[in-house]
Design a protein around this ligand. Structure first.
Ligand code: MLT
Length: 412
């Protein structure tokens, strides 16, 4: 059989798998080394009590004849879709119907799978640096074109640098699909309302689709910054929003998120007939996805109770506090630092012209801490590394003490 040749075009392994494999090699070569993980954005605090209790109750229901459930709706149970429509949208003055919400096993899958519903020859625009799934998925589906000088010929790169505050601006060129993340993974930059308005105008003008990754919206604390693209009038006719409970509520292992495809969002077919994208996504999901487990969805529903909200507020405040500790330490040590304010991620520029992987190696060797090389997020990430605030407070403090100590020794 003939393989999908596009797989030969993407990097041999996914960024975070590559980091994990280098850490394994390091551990083998340095047995007993106690590495503090600050690379992948994986949460460490235990789940909310109310979530755990809701899941226990759901398991008990499954163990009884009269309350047992088999397959659930592929789109998700109404109780969770309604809780989201009310808690995440109506409560903030945004009108989103529960029917527009599709429960998923997390943002990553949906960001990778949405490519199924737009034309194969679509021109995709994405931020550099950006979450690697955006580019890898575009290349795997044949939308990359050819790789020349480290860039794909059919991708429109939205260059993000310190000059534009790491926030992509609309390109001069046409794109059919624009993938935006705010707050950004990896830089932590978050759009203002007016910056987002410009993107909605671009999409309206170009008849483009925006895929808005707002997996980190719960980290937005700066007053006035939008948390949903639907805060911008007209966005419901141009944008899909993808969200996750992973970083909001400790669901990285449990797996649950959701995607909003408003009924008013339409694309055109070959005869320029308007087709609601919601119908296509529904068709895609009912064919290729069997829904998230009942137990997990009951757990997610509990996040919309007062106890659930309190848990989210408290844990996010801890993770953001960790990011602040990292930011302050790196800044004090002379690194140029971005993010870490409306985001759990801190984006650090190498101080001595080292490459991202050299800096990764240096932190690993001298301080026994792991970070993510910025070059894995795109060409503009070269020379940077990303730290996460997701470890425990004690480990974060210890990691920063180790950095300080290693720099002191280096200066001797
Ligand atoms: C990250 O570290 O960027 C994320 O944890 C990866 C993910 O959510 O898939």
């Amino acid at each position: 059989m003939r393989i999908n040749d596009n797989f030969e075009k993407v990097a041999e392994s996914y960024l975070f798998s590559e980091v994990a494999s280098r850490l394994d090699t390091f551990r083998r070569e340095n047995p007993g080394s106690d590495i503090i993980r600050m690379d992948i954005g994986d949460v460490t605090l235990p789940m909310a009590r109310c979530v755990v209790e809701a899941m226990h109750r759901a398991v008990d229901e499954l163990s009884s004849d009269d309350t047992f459930r088999g397959y659930g709706p592929e789109q998700g149970y109404a109780f969770l879709r309604e809780a989201i429509a009310e808690g995440d949208y109506a409560a903030r003055g945004i009108e989103i119907s529960a029917d527009d919400i599709f429960i998923s096993d997390g943002a990553k899958s949906d960001l990778g799978n949405l490519g199924d519903i737009y034309s194969e020859d679509s021109i995709v625009a994405l931020a550099d640096p950006g979450y690697p799934v955006y580019l890898d998925a575009a290349v795997m589906s044949g939308r990359g074109g050819e790789l020349k000088d480290g860039r794909w010929s059919r991708i429109v790169y939205l260059d993000c640098t310190s000059a534009n505050g790491y926030k992509p601006v609309p390109p001069a060129k046409h794109a059919d699909v624009v993938i935006l993340g705010s707050p950004s993974n990896p830089t932590g930059a978050a759009f203002t309302r007016s910056e987002l308005e410009v993107w909605v105008e671009y999409a309206q003008r170009e008849k483009a689709l925006i895929i808005y990754d707002s997996a980190y919206e719960a980290y937005v604390g700066t007053p006035g910054l939008p948390r949903s693209i639907y805060e911008i009038p007209g966005a419901e006719t141009v944008a899909i929003e993808v969200r996750s409970f992973s970083k909001t509520a400790g669901f990285t292992g449990l797996r649950c998120g959701y995607t909003v495809v408003p009924a008013s969002l339409k694309g055109t077919d070959g005869s320029v007939r308007e087709i609601p994208l919601r119908n296509l996504w529904n068709r895609r999901q009912t064919t290729k996805f069997n829904g998230v487990s009942y137990v997990t969805q009951r757990g997610a529903e509990a996040l919309y109770t007062p106890d659930g909200r309190k848990y989210i507020e408290e844990t996010i405040s801890i993770y953001k506090g960790n990011a602040r500790i990292i930011r302050d330490r790196m800044q004090a040590d002379g690194f140029e630092v971005f993010g870490g304010e409306d985001s759990p991620y801190v984006w650090v520029r190498s101080a001595h012209g080292e490459s991202s992987w050299e800096l990764f190696d240096r932190f690993l060797r001298t301080a026994r801490i792991s970070c993510t090389p910025g070059s894995g997020f795109g060409r503009n990430g070269e020379g940077f590394v990303r730290f996460t605030g997701f470890n425990s407070r004690a480990k974060t403090e210890e990691a920063m003490e180790r950095v300080e100590k290693s720099l002191r020794e280096l200066r001797k």
